[in-house]
Design a protein around this ligand. Sequence first.
Ligand code: ATP
Length: 430
Amino acid sequence: MADLMEKITSLAKRRGFIYPGSEIYGGIGGFYDYGPLGTELKYNIKNQWWKFMVRQRDNVVGLDAAIIMNPDVWKASGHVDHFTDPLVECKNCHLRFRADKVGKECSECGGEFTEAKNFNILVETYVGVVEGAKRKTYLRGEITQGVHVNFQNVLSSTRLKIPFGVAQIGKAFRNEITPGNFIYRMREFEQMELQYYIKPDEPEGQKWFSYWKEQRWNWYVSLGLNKQNMRFRDHAPQERAHYAQAATDIEYNAPFGWNEFEGIHHRGDWDLSQHSKFSGKDLSYFDEATKTRFTPWVIETSAGADRATLFFLLDAYFEDGKRVVLKLHPKLAPYKVAVFPLVANKTELVTKARSIFEQLRSLDIVTAWDDRGNIGKRYLAQDEVGTPWCVTIDYDTLTDDTVTVRDRDTTKQERINIGKLGEYFQHKLA
Ligand code: ATP
């Protein structure tokens, strides 16, 4: 099973999904670059998330906050004091590990570990132009705080009333002690989050916590993630983050074990209260209906775009005889359709195929072009990157205006009239 990770890592590199970061300089631990197809896949994941979480709802809006904020933000949020992982060092080979992720002795040399000490994983940076007077701050360790510090801005520039949500997608940075498992644990990664502000009472808290758990589960399932490979895991009180009143993870059955890829957290009024205290600004909410003023509670859904990318890839990977197929949901697949002229050296076929290619592209259907080798090889190449449909333009096309459409999952082929092709794919992608 573990070699599935190797297969995915090598496919990702070979076909242009994901490359090791700064590879020509020997790489750098915990950083990866997305290639042409990986960029499309991750973009599609983020885009589907945005549609589902923001555009299809009346009471959720978007935000795009800066990565670098005033360092006081991170004091208020507790990250400067508490954003730590327990670190141990092997007394023999001096490798460092996260204490809660290792056994009793060093996995590299069998050596004994030092006592665990707390290691802060915020990434420091310096801003300013005067040497010696540069201000130390941090690359954000989570995207959450950018939303909470803008709570009053959002309230006063919109007509939102509680309950309402503010959604954001963006990069976060953590100096992870042991990055690993490909893009599962990186030092730079992307989060997709909703902060949902509610009335501060427990029936409301429970109601929205359950609601968002269900919504988030259903979103993954609607994009084809196999339910058998997913589970919720509730946090025990002692493992919850310092602010959390209740927390659950959505975990995936990865080759390296069940692992979290999204957290749903009941954050109470921790964030707004802390920012109010540290900034001296009033971050309360006035409820017109009851004429009361209160500090809202927050239910957060926090997903990793990279972990989602990895798990959608692992889940979609199948070997079927000599073919390797990524059965990605069509909405996530980098290319929706590939267009092939039967042979590359017949001008009439190529011109016809090119016009079909242009027609599909003009409908915003992301389409690939391939005229190399034989059709069988082209099918295999498209299967491996998850293209759901291949369209072949052959000699019959020139007389009857039909093409062959071949389905990735069933490998069945059907003849479709060119005039109906756009509608045929739009219907399947709807
Ligand atoms: P872990 O216990 O794995 O370190 P966490 O509980 O600290 O994760 P959260 O702070 O809840 O993670 O972050 C929310 C989401 O952000 C995670 O579910 C994950 O998808 C993503 N994420 C967090 N850390 C990383 C990382 N180092 N690399 C990639 N994605 C990450």
